[in-house]
Design a protein around this ligand. Sequence first.
Ligand SMILES: *Cc1c(COP(=O)(O)O)cnc(C)c1O
Length: 401
Amino acid sequence: MLANYFKEFPNQEGFFNEYGGAFIPPQLESEMRKINDAYFAISKSHKFISELRDIRKHFQGRPTPVYHCNRLSQKYGGQIYLKREDLNHTGAHKLNHCMGEALLAKYMGKKKLIAETGAGQHGVALATAAAYFGLECEIHMGEVDMKKEYPNVQRMKILGATVVPVSHGLKTLKEAVDSAFEAYLEDPINTIYCIGSVVGPHPFPMMVRDFQRIVGIEAKDQFFDMTGELPDNIVACVGGGSNAMGIFSAFLNDAACRLYGIEPAGKSLSTIGDHAATMTHGKPGIIHGFKCYLLQDENGEPAAVHSVASGLDYPGIGPEHSMLRDLNKVTYESISDKECIDAFFELSRLEGIIPALESSHAVAFAMKLAKENPKQSILVNLSGRGDKDLDYVIENFGLPQ
Ligand SMILES: *Cc1c(COP(=O)(O)O)cnc(C)c1O
């Protein structure tokens, strides 16, 4: 693609071609510029890099393994591998960017971390990072998600965070982002907003991507070590798109590796509000301070969305994904709630790994892809573990025969 990809994208103003940027109120502009300047001044220093490397190894338990799924591959064909981000401390990839954001906050002298959370994974990861660094932490969460992901609410509280319930609109991720933003605007000097994905105004999509790149860097090395080749296909679920950018980033220049981003088709792709397949049904628009493909209602407002996976029900998508789609560098497909639940049980029973419902979307697509391409290898980013989803799955879908 481009030798200097990471230097060229985003550009100085935070654009990935036409997407991204910072469409924000003037009082936020100077704060975002400060964060951007601090990021470049601090995060490239030897001290910061070695401290983060130490944290990843000794606190997070990195590198996470790449695992070959014997029984799943036998049943579906192909050679299916998992990058085990479910084994990252706190059970998902999100701690990768949370430790980076919190370390930056510490260097900047901030006292409090503020964020939204959908499935609760970002909230737990950030509360963990806050505890590690001795910072305050305030997490905004939709009431619907609080109910669905109750164990994560308890985890955040045990870790010392304050959880702010959001009770307007659909009471899910989108409203939680609005609420967290408002709280941050009240005191941008002492607080920092730590976004949960490769979304939001510049510099967040860039920072979160950079902190997630470790996933792809490790996975590429590990896969090559195991097989002597690069994977034919790389699959990751996409909500905002951080775990996907993490793994894709290492393979953008490898023309032979096909990259697949998997969105939730939910209950049905034919009704707005029943899915969150942004790339299939969205068109460019602005949400939460950045431009991206966006699911919109008839008034051009962000549409209502649905997925069994709380971490995927977001009407927007990261600006870098929006660009990569236009460049045909990544193919975006969708998986329904039902296919996701089937994959959730299939991986549990064939491999002894209970995946997060978000990650189950990627597993479901890998199963389909393997059937169609029995000679190819597939590397799935298993973004998280499914313990948080057990009650919801059993209550709503029961156990299979
Ligand atoms: C939050 C979450 C996601 C979705 O976030 P991305 O930014 O799209 O990666 C996916 N998987 C798990 C386990 C999550 O917690």
